[in-house]
Write a protein that binds this ligand. Sequence first.
Ligand code: WQD
Length: 339
Amino acid sequence: MMQILVTGGLGFIGSHTVVELQAKGFEVVVIDDCSNADEKVLDGIEKISGKKPIFEKLDLKDRGKVEDFFHRYPDVEGVIHFAASKAVGESVEKPLLYYENNIGTLVYILKELSKKNKASFIFSSSCTVYGQADKMPITEDAPVKEAESPYGNTKQIGEEIISDTCKVTPNLNAIALRYFNPMGAHPSAEIGELPIGVPQNLVPFITRTGVGLRKELSVFGDDYPTEDGTCIRDYIYVVDLAKAHVVALERLLASKNPKNYEVFNVGTGKGSSVLEVIGSFEKVYGKKLNYRIVGRRQGDITTAYADTTKANNELGWKSIYSLDDAMESAWKWEQKIRN
Ligand code: WQD
């Protein structure tokens, strides 16, 4: 039976995608090195989908281990590649860790897939490749700008590696999904975002402040050229994002892709400011969130939200959940993991 490999499948977006794949009847194999995820996530996946995926704890930086895996799993016909380091700030301090982990592993996996008669590959990319785009909403043909961090650079380089490989490997079919700002947790609260250590993103900071783990939220600047002065982003519910991966994979497996390398923005198409996100949280929180306006965070762009026309029309995919739906799930998850 055909198998789908999900690398980083115990992670935030990976685990939600495994759930959606299994719901569609796919046989899933998960690889994770558990450097930023806990093996217990498998229990959460099983509680939701009634099935525990095959799991291999494996360091994809070890080329021999990658070769051996594909030798032992000849039925893997598709790979969704989430495994990567993703902390923007950390990437500035430890660039080589990011280039080795995010690029090296990609090359090893593509080498193995290139040996197959037909292979489908979905790459976890990011809107970060656009930097501060000139025009909103952002379309896929917006220029890729000078990366603001080694992390962002690994996404740009990753896309180029895949594009170059697909040009000379007709049997390899790939899609890069450029995520905007993923947030929330599965409605069952069996899986969600579990940032090890200090979270990197706004929403976990908000919910941890709400649950009392943090005294107050720092809002990084309210002097941006936006309506309320705070930055605007496209916050997409992680379940919507997970479903986009399944649709993209099905497109490749069914050979519906006219080109063997495609790029899609995955967002809601709507921008929300930091203060609007706080407002959304306060609706589920039922009271005011404790926050303070502080100075701007280095490297932040002012505005980014997606033009999702291409994904809507060509993938037949559209986000269906609102910011409030996603925030409700984030808050339910935070309360669950803190009890
Ligand atoms: C969102 C907004 C902050 C925390 C990053 C990566 C991107 C992608 C998504 C992986 C900004 C403000 C945040 C806080 C705040 N990750 N903020 N107080 O920076 O848009 O994108 O995560 O692919 O690649 O760059 O997300 O959640 O860090 O910030 O005011 O405590 O919230 O200034 O305006 P970002 P974020």
